[in-house]
Design a binder for this molecule. Structure first.
Ligand SMILES: O=C([C@H](O)CO)[C@H](O)[C@H](O)COP(=O)(O)O
Length: 210
């Protein structure tokens, strides 16, 4: 099981500072959607250049023009790019095709997909690399999490790796680990802590044991 750090509420210098602090305890660093909106794909480029040994995920949440947008994120240095599960199959196919050409990976974000089990089964057949259940900020604000959705997709996903994101903290991590995802994504659960390094280290210890 691997650990991904999501960076959402920082600028590029702030992102570099956090990654420098926790780099040895994470497998993947995510340049979050708000960072891409504020800073553009330059944020992906600068983080990849500064930390070449870390895999960098560009959280573009692609909804259309899958091939083109994956190409641009790949040019910036992204190793993994996100596409929305709610997008059309043709968008996901285009993204997968381009990612294969560039030797990159596609993560499908299932945020706000209603029939999660059937859609995960369809998406798994499209050849994506990761399928991620995700309670976004707006759902977290009304007390939702994706723990049950993870169990639901684990029943049907046969090829892709599974991932979970949304409001995961050190105290909820053991429950997440029990559902056995391949990848756990944590943003505020690390970046909002006084001691980010110690929190990331403990999270990495727990996911590595699973
Ligand atoms: O994808 C995310 C969110 O939609 C904002 O872009 C976050 O990266 C994801 O939810 C993980 O962050 P936390 O919820 O703070 O753990």
């Amino acid at each position: 099981m691997e650990l991904q750090l999501a960076l959402d509420l920082v600028d590029i210098p702030g992102a570099k500072q956090v990654v420098a602090e926790v780099a040895e305890h994470i497998d993947i660093v995510e340049i979050g959607t708000p960072v891409v909106i504020n800073e553009g794909l330059r944020a992906v480029k600068e983080i990849k250049e500064a930390f070449p040994s870390l895999r960098v995920l560009a959280d573009l949440k692609i909804m259309d023009a899958g091939g083109y947008e994956v190409m641009k994120a790949s040019e910036a240095g992204a190793d993994i790019v996100t596409v929305l599960g709610a997008s059309d199959d043709s968008t996901i196919r285009g993204a997968v095709e381009e990612a294969k050409k560039q030797n990159k990976k596609i993560m499908v974000d299932m945020i706000n997909v209603k029939d999660i089990e059937s859609r995960a089964k369809e998406i798994d057949a499209l050849g994506v690399d990761y399928i991620c259940v995700h309670s976004g900020y707006d759902h977290q604000a009304i007390g939702k999490n994706s723990f049950e959705e993870l169990t639901a997709i684990k029943r049907v996903v046969k090829h892709a790796k599974t991932a979970i994101a949304g409001g995961i903290k050190l105290n909820t991590l053991p429950e997440v680990i029990k559902a056995n995802p391949d990848l756990v994504i944590v943003g505020g659960g690390i970046t909002g802590q006084e001691d980010k390094k110690a929190t990331a280290a403990e999270m990495k210890r727990l996911v590595s044991q699973a």
